[in-house]
Design a protein around this ligand. Structure first.
Ligand SMILES: [Zn+2]
Ligand SMILES: [Zn+2]
Length: 337
């Protein structure tokens, strides 16, 4: 079972990295900064001074500045997964007579994902500027708890419209701020959240399609080679039918790269599907991640809002209106009309 243990360790490492990355991408930058500060404190005695300075500088740039690190990492992981799929899984599937249209599905989803990814990275999330401030102030009313009238952003020195927030990474106030996403190196706000949702859906679809095709291929191989009928001789010299673990180990030894890719893809799929479902819930209830997070914290820490009033989501206007607001944001022009 050595290979299985190795494989499980690999899955555990992948899962831990993904959870940290998703948590980092969703929550405030201070959360990650606190963790890195503690890590530096622990390793400080064993690493030289120049390396400490270099690590701190690198972390500062990674956390507090817009940078392409996660964007490149994202593309590299995709190249690796699609490389294994294209060069190993697809040729075998063609030999086994799989339909071409099914094998093409992951590539169609990849094209769609690239398009929405590009829009997420490049489209304005709703940057608030002196020229559009007056109009954006009219889009949402102040709820009196999370958002209060007459508050000014100390950095931009502009009045804060309801549901806006200053992004410290991008150094700007964003209309209907959701969160800053390191994977697209951009804020997710009122004007680009529809692209972000479609990006999440197509990305989850990609992981599901590649994972499904790979599982189908492995099942087919196991059936054709009659692995489930195989027997092995145990320590007592008896012939015993092989179990599922033996079949997985046999497949792992025969197709190691495919199994590693499949493990990564399935983990990615479950995390992405959960994250996509969470964002669908936010859309249906007309909340931003920022509002949900503050609301959740207020339940644990009563003094997070000075007047201790319970937050009532006044922006929730029913399922259809909430979805419409995401698809066709209440922009300045519509309000003026
Ligand atoms: Zn600001
Ligand atoms: Zn930002």
């Amino acid at each position: 079972m050595d290979f299985l243990i190795l494989f499980l360790i690999y899955l555990a490492i992948c899962l831990s990295c993904m959870v940290v990355a998703i948590k980092f991408s969703r929550q405030s930058q201070e959360y990650f900064a606190r963790i890195s500060h503690h890590v530096i404190q622990v390793i400080r005695p064993v690493i030289p001074q120049w390396l400490q300075v270099a690590v701190q500088l690198a972390l500062h740039r990674l956390i507090h500045r817009r940078n392409s690190f996660f964007l490149v990492l994202h593309l590299v992981l995709e190249v690796v997964v699609y490389g294994v799929y294209s060069w190993e899984v697809v040729p075998y599937c063609l030999e086994l007579g799989f339909r071409h249209s099914i094998l093409l599905l992951p590539y169609i989803l990849l094209l769609g994902k690239m398009y929405f990814f590009y829009l997420c990275c490049t489209r304005d999330p709703g940057t608030i500027s002196p020229s559009n401030l007056k109009q954006l102030l009219k889009v949402y009313t102040y709820d009196g708890t999370l958002y209060r009238r007459d508050r000014v952003c100390p950095t931009c020195e502009l009045m804060k419209p309801a549901r806006s927030k200053h992004c410290r990474v991008c150094d700007r106030c964003v209309h209907r701020f959701d969160h800053h996403c390191v994977w697209v190196n951009n804020c997710v706000g009122g004007l680009n959240i529809r692209y972000f949702l479609l990006y999440l859906v197509t990305l989850s679809g990609m992981a599901a399609a590649v994972g499904t095709m790979t599982v189908r291929f492995l099942v087919q191989v196991a059936l054709m080679s009659n692995l489930s009928q195989a027997m092995y001789v145990n320590a007592e010299g008896e012939h015993v039918p092989v179990g599922i673990l033996f079949i997985v180990q046999k497949l792992f030894l025969t197709f190691p790269r495919i199994l590693f890719m499949l493990g990564f893809t399935l983990l990615t799929f479950f995390l992405l599907a959960g994250y996509t479902a969470f964002h669908c819930y936010l859309v249906m209830t007309n909340q931003t991640s920022n509002e949900w997070y503050k609301h959740k914290n207020s339940c644990h820490v009563d003094n997070s809002w000075s007047d201790k009033r319970t937050w009532e989501n006044i922006y929730h206007r029913g399922f259809v209106a909430n979805v419409k607001e995401i698809i066709s944001p209440e922009t300045v022009q519509k309000k003026i009309r």
